[in-house]
Design a protein around this ligand. Structure first.
Ligand code: C5P
Ligand code: C5P
Ligand code: ZN
Length: 457
């Protein structure tokens, strides 16, 4: 991977004018931020755009624009063997075929690693940045924000493989810290009651989604949920108080019959950006990623990119405003999914949000839904939503247990989408597609058959 990164670095150094094309999620924005800073430091003539996917419209526009070099980050593996007239480098981590093992394509899958947890789009881009100049290891923080945005720490309650090397380099560069702490989202910014109420991995029966029960639970432990008028956050608790809460949560899960392996998921590696303000939305890598998701998924990629480039004033304020809207949309999205109800087929289950959930956040909602008590986790979950263009966006999510049993959503969705003139891909545990409106039933039939085949049923 280092040799391939060096090959890409050499191509980039030779070009004067470079156009970056990246993905609209947190990992994509972090990847774009790394590429942008790397090229600006080299004094290149650089431009950037963010896209939902590389469809024919995007590709024909890129071809016509005649850029000297196009750098695809967090996407591109699907077109790596096509468009020979387009001079390109690709730093991606989506599953790809062996024939895409080309000198301009860096992807962990080409080197025997799994791009769903070993390295993200931002991490792959970072490998090229550090090959261009060793001083670029200060961009390791963004690479870890990207990895956390893609939930790469989920499988092992911490990052593994190449990602760990990136963390080590970030620590050496003074931009990252690695600590063991509670894994629930919002350690630094959410009131502790909310942190517990929205706990989803692991779910805490009796507490998850029950705000009153969470308040009671904390009060019974003697933990004040407010300090005068201010709600206390996890980071406001003393280390004794944190220990008390963690022990009580652990005991609660064991008492309810969950094994230690499940209960232990409460704790995990947490990555902090040393140069950010503690208690801000940017200090914890997971929270930083959520802030980025609040921008580009709503067409405001310039906001996220400027935050990645270091703006902590106007652009950060804008990002904070967008974050409020994003949180609201996720809560409403979950409600829509709940109202629409989930339909079960043989090997999959699905819900259709129609125009009730934006196509750009249907994946996040599907993911959250699969991590609630109401949803049966023994079947992959698919969410459908209408796009502005009048197509249908599909997001599919499954569990590590099903992946271990042979489920590969990326392969299944790619096949099923192709059968109905759509396009799809992604990772074994999380994949997506765009299909024509009206093709949902046929698509579901192909998915159902394909997953049954993967499970050898
Ligand atoms: O396009 P990209 O690769 O950046 O997106 C990865 C997607 O996979 C994210 O939406 C992330 O939530 C999902 N994922 C997941 N569970 C994992 C790893 C990734 O849901 N264990
Ligand atoms: O959009 P969503 O979050 O559901 O995407 C899940 C994964 O599938 C992401 O890694 C995304 O990049 C990928 N995907 C893809 N092709 C599509 C749609 C999504 O490779 N058409
Ligand atoms: Zn990614």
């Amino acid at each position: 991977m280092f040799d391939r990164a060096q090959q890409l670095a050499n191509r980039i150094k030779k070009a004067e004018q470079i156009h970056i094309v990246t993905h609209i999620d947190a990992d994509g924005i972090a990847a774009g931020g790394i590429a942008l800073q790397t090229l600006e430091r080299l004094g290149k003539d650089v431009s950037i755009e963010c896209v939902k996917q590389l469809d024919e419209g995007v590709m024909s526009r890129l071809l016509q624009a005649r850029y000297q070099l196009v750098w695809f980050t967090d996407l591109g593996s699907s077109i790596s063997t096509d468009y020979p007239k387009l001079t390109k480098v690709i730093t991606d981590h989506h599953t790809c075929s062996e024939d895409s093992d080309l000198p301009f394509h860096l992807n962990p899958h080409l080197f025997g690693f799994d791009g769903s947890y070993d390295l993200s789009g931002a991490g792959t881009t970072y490998l090229v940045a550090r090959a261009i100049d060793a001083a670029n290891t200060d961009l390791a923080g963004l690479a870890i924000v990207g990895a956390c945005g893609d939930l790469q720490d989920r499988r092992f309650c911490g990052l593994r493989g190449t990602n760990q090397m990136v963390v080590d380099e970030g620590i050496s560069a003074g931009v990252l810290e690695r600590i063991m702490d509670i894994r629930f989202f919002g350690r630094e910014t959410r009131p502790i009651v909310k942190l517990l109420t929205y706990a989803s991995d692991p779910i805490i029966p009796g507490l998850s989604r029950r705000e009153d029960a969470c308040t009671q639970f904390l009060e019974d432990l003697g933990i004040r949920v407010r300090e005068q008028m201010e709600f206390r956050r996890w980071i406001d608790l003393s280390s004794d108080e944190r220990h008390t809460v963690l022990s009580a949560l652990f005991k609660l899960l064991l008492d309810k019959g969950f094994g230690a392996k499940y209960a232990e998921r409460i704790l995990g590696e947490t990555y902090l950006l040393s140069r950010e303000e503690p208690g801000s939305e940017l200090h914890d890598a997971k929270e930083f990623a959520t802030l980025l998701n609040s921008t580009a998924r709503y067409g405001k990629h310039d906001v996220g990119l400027n935050v990645c480039l270091g703006d902590r004033q106007v652009w950060l304020d804008r990002a904070r405003n967008l974050l409020r809207g994003h949180r609201q949309n996720l809560v409403e999205g979950l409600q829509v999914a709940h109202d629409e109800q989930i339909t079960r087929l043989n090997t999959i289950q699905f819900f259709h949000a129609h125009s009730g959930i934006r196509d750009t956040i249907i994946g996040i909602v599907t993911n959250m839904l699969l991590n609630t008590e109401e949803v049966d986790r023994s079947l992959p979950l698919l969410g459908f939503a209408e796009t502005k263009e009048g197509d249908i966006k599909v997001s599919a999510r499954t569990t590590q247990t099903l992946v271990n049993q042979g489920v590969n959503l990326s392969a299944a969705i790619k096949h099923a989408a192709q059968q109905v003139n759509g396009v799809g891909g992604g990772h074994n545990i999380a994949a997506g597609a765009t299909i024509p409106k009206g093709a949902e039933d046929a698509f579901l039939g192909f998915m159902d058959t394909e997953i049954a085949r993967q499970l050898a049923l």
